[in-house]
Design a protein around this ligand. Structure first.
Ligand code: GCW
Length: 667
């Protein structure tokens, strides 16, 4: 049985008993190896150093170890060092002559080094290990919360949130009790995340005030996250000078507007000295932006960048700009093209502290999309790649869908087709999937997505399956092999399973409009959102070739522009994203498109049923409440997967008139 699953806090930092906060990947047993040693810490002073001290003191008190004074014999030494190129967050790790040593130039590095030792467990204290240098590949490893302060009439407390309420906000204000936020910060630090934006990018009336008269509430959250090396960011409305400042305009080139932002930002830094910066969704899905004033997005971003620059802050400017009021009859507009078309002409015009935040795919977090052609097309602009941990289009945390392999594929993509040239971006951002749910993420197994995100942001080249196993081991210390294997079986492959029973071959959507859960094949077919599949009696898919289609394929550099241009070379899984083909078109797999649709939909349901069966078999190894929560979700997943299978298969049988080659039931 997994027992004693409580967060064990950071000693003096914690005022009240955290009660039933799920320990996730930091159960106290994860600290056994560290806590039973003689530990010497020379972390110095400061918020993260304080965390290192209190974590070690608490672990030692629990497991019989000892924090020893300078000069004494120790099994583990954490100490500052001046190592070239380590930066504030890097650390070294080595083991020699029975002593394990972690050094770092900054407090944050020591904190990450400590969590590295925790992850290694007993392995950190066995054998000899030559010095290893660890540092994050990406400087910004950020979670964006789409949390509203005031409950929104349509979107609720958390837009696209499937994990209960907000961790930060309740009853129209910042939560008074920030114990959960503290526990969250600790979990995030343990997987390497260093930035959090605390409110929705759709900034409604109440939330706009966080920037000014309500900055104190943000400061309270920042105070709790700081000891974990996390800088707090805020989503702001581009119209702030008008809606908050009473100015007649928010024109980015207007002097009064620039002064207003400079002054507002000065006050923000008065309240939060290490404030991270702003996140902005402008001219997107109804949010205000520079277009209203005939200005460019570089003008807009640079306005905020200038205000933040004196304090070392950054503006994350989102590239999710497209026409959400298009006419479905208009075949010349292709939503997939929009980000590239809007932003590439602006390359080189963004300030050094402006980061363009680009969704990993050109559409909107579908289960399968190509990597956005914008990534790699703006060499003179800082970029952050945005992924969605909250499972808006991937089962809404009712379905198990571990996204590690999807993110890893995107992060390994190289625009020029090389294997390893350069890195893709300066930062990785995920829309958070956490809330005030007792298991943090609604579906307890969705914790694996949050953890995997952090670890991939630290090291985008990491093998996601190794990260999954790391999560399994940390979250379930001492688990018997049957549990470890069962968890791995249920999670690994779950993305592919979800893809099989939902929209086929990269075509996307087919979800119920509005809430986006469950199937509706034509739900968005005649809508203004630009998300169509164009199925008719002969075929399906979107022609995005340069020769006969929207020209989207030509937004890629070679070799991808050529690979995607022709159905002969386009990978099967993206075929309907790039091409409109007949139902009889033969895939590289040797199957026709229509038979592929039938087969994958039957297989997807079978795989979901099999995962449910595996989970049932783990009942004796998982604490009852957790087991029951996942079991209940599997019931819904299987029900929903069957609904997807039957709607998609019936739809294509009726359109095409081609029966399933294996004679299975299609309605
Ligand atoms: O995926 C879509 C969501 C919106 C979201 C938008 C965005 C916050 O359906 O709810 O708005 O993307 O990324 O801005």
């Amino acid at each position: 049985m997994l027992s004693g699953r409580r967060v064990h806090g950071t000693g003096r930092a914690r005022m009240t008993d955290p009660g039933d906060i799920d320990a996730a990947w930091l159960p106290s047993a994860a600290f056994r190896a560290v806590g039973s040693r003689r530990v010497l810490v020379r972390a110095g002073e400061g918020p993260q150093a304080g965390t290192v001290h209190s974590e070690l003191a608490e672990a030692c008190a629990r497991f019989g170890g000892r924090v020893v004074p300078d000069g004494a014999d120790a099994d583990l030494v954490l100490a500052p060092a001046d190592v070239d190129g380590l930066g504030d967050e890097g650390f070294t790790f080595e083991r020699r002559g029975g002593t394990t040593t972690v050094t770092a130039s900054g407090q944050r590095g020591l904190l990450y080094g400590l969590f590295h030792v925790v992850r290694l467990g007993e392995d950190a204290f066995t054998g000899e290990r030559a010095r290893e240098v660890h540092r994050p590949a990406l400087a910004t490893r950020m979670l964006d919360h789409w949390d509203n302060v005031a409950v929104h009439p349509v979107m609720g407390q958390v837009e696209r949130g499937y994990a209960g309420g907000s961790l930060f906000w309740a009853d129209g204000r910042a939560r008074g009790d920030l114990d959960r936020v503290r526990a969250y910060g600790r979990l995030l630090a343990a997987c390497g995340i260093n930035a959090v934006a605390v409110n929705n990018v759709n900034v409604h009336a109440t939330e706009a005030h966080l920037l000014t008269d309500r900055i104190g509430e943000v400061a309270a959250i920042a105070d709790v996250l700081r000891p974990y090396g996390i800088r707090t960011h805020l989503s702001v409305t581009f119209a702030a000078p008008v809606v908050l400042g009473g100015l007649p305009t928010a024109d980015p080139l207007d002097e009064a507007v620039r002064t207003w932002w400079a002054e507002a930002t000065r006050r923000v830094y008065e309240a939060i000295g290490d404030f991270g910066g702003y996140v902005v969704k402008a001219d997107s899905e109804g949010q205000p932006g520079p277009f209203a004033y005939g200005r460019s997005h570089a003008d807009g971003a640079n306005l905020l960048a200038a205000a933040l620059e004196p304090y070392g802050g950054t503006v994350h400017w989102r590239a999710f700009v497209y026409d959400h009021r298009q006419d479905w009859r208009d075949r010349s507009t292709d939503r997939a093209r929009a980000a590239y078309d809007h932003f590439t002409p602006l390359d080189g015009r963004f300030a050094p502290n402006a980061v363009l935040q680009v969704k990993h795919g050109p559409m909107d977090f579908q289960v399968r999309e190509p990597v956005s052609p914008l990534i790699g097309a703006m060499p003179r602009t800082r970029l952050a790649v945005e992924v969605q941990a909250t499972q808006e289009y991937t089962g809404q945390q009712r379905h198990v869908c571990w996204l590690g392999p999807m993110w890893s594929e995107a992060l390994r993509f190289r625009p020029d087709g090389s294997v390893s040239a350069g890195r893709l971006a300066d930062g990785l951002v995920a829309v958070s999937n956490a809330g005030d749910d007792p298991f943090w993420t609604g579906h307890p197994l969705a914790q694996a997505n949050l953890y995997t995100f952090g670890r991939l942001a630290w090291d985008p080249a990491a093998d996601p399956r190794a990260v999954l196993d790391e999560w399994i081991a940390l979250t379930h210390p001492g688990a018997p092999e049957r549990l470890v294997d069962g968890l791995h079986a249920v999670l690994d492959g779950s993305w592919s399973t979800y893809e099989k029973y939902t929209a086929p071959l990269g075509v996307g959507f087919m979800v119920q409009p509005g809430h986006h859960y469950g199937p509706s094949v034509d739900g968005y077919e005649y809508s203004p959102w630009g998300t169509y599949h164009f199925a008719d009696r002969d075929g399906v898919g979107v022609d995005r070739s340069a020769a006969t289609g929207t020209g989207y394929a030509a937004q890629y550099a070679k070799p991808w522009s050529e690979v995607y241009e022709s159905p002969e070379t386009c990978p099967d899984e993206l075929l309907l994203f790039f091409h409109h083909v007949s139902y009889g078109h033969v895939l590289h797999s040797g199957k026709t498109v229509i038979q592929h649709i039938y087969d994958t939909h039957f297989e997807g349901v079978e795989e979901a049923e099999e995962a449910r069966r595996v989970w049932e078999g783990l009942a004796d190894l998982v604490e009852p409440a957790r087991h029951a929560r996942v079991a209940e979700r599997f019931e819904e997943q299987v029900r929903c997967a069957r609904e997807w299978r039957d709607q998609v298969n019936s739809y294509f049988l009726r359109k095409s008139g081609v029966p399933d080659g294996r004679g299975r039931t299609v309605y």
